[in-house]
Design a protein around this ligand. Structure first.
Ligand code: A2P
Length: 316
C-alpha cells in the first residue's frame, strides 16, 4: 500500500475508508471490517452524523488489540457552523469525544463556507456568515493552535480551489498540509494537483466512485455514472478487475490519497485489493481522455438567493 509522506515523517495510507453516507447501524460494522482487512485510514466528519458509532467501533478494535492507535490514520472535519475562533477547538473536542480518541491524525476545514453558529443546515441568507464576517484565516489560526495543542497531528482544508489555497497561503506561515476535494476520471483536477504539488500540499480524492448513493436532491438529472463508463469497464475487463478497482488504482498512481465509501463487506475488501491492479500507459491515456470537468458535488446546496457562496470553486 502506498503512503503519502508529511514533512515530519508521518505517513497517510493512500487508500482510506470513506464514511460520508454510511448509515448509522452500518458504519461501525464497516469500520471494523475495513480495519480487520487491512485498512488503516478512516475518513470521518462531524456532519456525517455517525462519528459516535465509528468511535464505538474504533474503541472495540483498539481494545481487542487488533491494531494500535498509532497505526491508524483518522481524519475528521470541522463543520461550517464552527468557523468562529471560539468554536473551532470545542468542535474538535466534540469529535474526539465521539470518536473516543485523544488526537486526530488530520483535521480539515470542511468547506470554505461559514454558517451562523446555531445553524446545522442553512435555508436562508441570514443562516450564513460571509467570509468577511468569518475570515478563513481566523479559523485557520485556530486549526494551527489545535495542532500545537496536540489535538490533531496535521491540519488542512477541504473543497478549497487553488485560488482559495493561494489566498490562505499568502496570509499564513504554515499552510494546509492536505486539501480534500472531489476527484475522479470525470473531474481530474490536473491544475489543482500541480498547484498542490508545488506548495507541498497533499490531495485526497473524495467521491472517487461518483457517489451514486447521494440522495436524489443532491443529484443532477441525467448525471453520468462513472462506474458504468464504457472505457473504465473495458479497462477493468482487460485487467480482470472491477471498475471501482481501476478508478482507485488510477488515483493512487497519480499520487493522491483516495477514500472510497462502502458499507458492504465484499466491496470494502475489493476496494483495498485495487493495489494489485497494474495500469499501463495506454490505460492512463484512455482514462485521461475522460475528463469532462464534471462535478457530482456542485456545492449548490450552499447557494441562497442573496448569499455570497455562488462560486465556491472559483470557476465562474
Ligand atoms: P456500498 O456502500 O453499498 O458499497 P463514493 O466513494 O464515490 O462516495 O461512492 C460510494 C458508492 O459507491 C456507494 O453507493 C457504494 O455502495 C458504492 N461502491 C463502493 N465500492 C464499490 C465497488 N467496489 N463497486 C461498486 N460500487 C461500489
Amino acid at each position: 500500500m502506498k503512503h503519502l509522506k508529511f514533512k515530519n515523517g508521518d505517513e497517510m495510507p493512500a487508500i482510506g475508508l470513506g464514511t460520508w453516507k454510511s448509515d448509522k447501524g452500518e458504519v461501525g460494522k464497516a469500520v471494523k471490517i475495513a480495519i480487520e482487512n487491512g485498512y488503516r485510514h478512516i475518513d470521518c466528519a462531524a456532519v456525517y452524523g455517525n462519528e459516535a458509532e465509528i468511535g464505538e467501533a474504533l474503541a472495540e478494535v483498539l481494545k481487542e488489540g487488533k491494531v494500535k492507535r498509532e497505526d491508524l490514520w483518522i481524519t475528521s472535519k470541522l463543520w461550517n457552523n464552527a468557523h468562529k475562533s471560539e468554536d473551532v477547538i470545542p468542535a474538535l473536542k466534540t469529535t474526539l469525544k465521539d470518536l473516543q480518541l485523544d488526537y486526530l491524525d488530520l483535521y480539515l476545514i470542511h468547506w470554505p463556507v461559514a454558517f451562523e453558529p446555531n445553524v446545522a443546515f442553512p435555508e436562508k441568507d441570514e443562516d450564513f456568515l460571509s467570509l468577511e464576517e468569518a475570515p478563513i484565516i481566523e479559523t485557520w489560526n485556530k486549526m494551527l493552535e489545535a495542532k500545537e495543542k496536540g489535538l490533531s497531528k496535521h491540519v488542512g482544508v477541504s473543497n478549497f480551489s487553488a485560488k482559495k489555497l493561494e489566498d490562505l497561503l499568502s496570509e499564513t506561515k504554515e499552510g494546509p498540509e492536505v486539501d480534500q476535494v472531489e476527484l475522479h476520471p470525470y473531474l481530474q483536477q490536473d491544475k489543482l494537483i500541480e498547484f498542490c504539488s508545488k506548495n507541498d500540499i497533499h490531495l485526497t480524492a473524495y467521491s472517487p466512485l461518483g457517489s451514486g448513493d447521494r440522495t436524489a436532491d443532491m443529484k443532477a438529472e441525467n448525471e453520468p455514472s462513472l462506474l458504468e463508463n464504457k472505457t473504465i469497464n473495458k479497462i477493468a475487463k482487460k485487467h480482470g478487475a472491477s471498475p471501482a478497482q481501476i478508478i482507485i488504482n488510477w488515483n493512487t498512481l497519480r499520487g493522491t490519497a483516495v477514500i472510497p465509501k462502502s458499507t458492504n463487506e465484499g466491496r470494502i475488501i475489493e476496494n483495498l485489493e485495487s493495489t494489485g491492479v497494474k495500469l499501463n500507459e495506454e490505460d492512463l491515456k484512455e482514462i485521461a481522455s475522460l475528463d469532462e470537468h464534471f462535478r457530482y458535488v456542485t456545492g449548490e446546496f450552499f447557494v441562497t438567493k442573496g448569499n455570497s457562496y455562488n462560486d465556491i470553486y472559483d470557476e465562474k
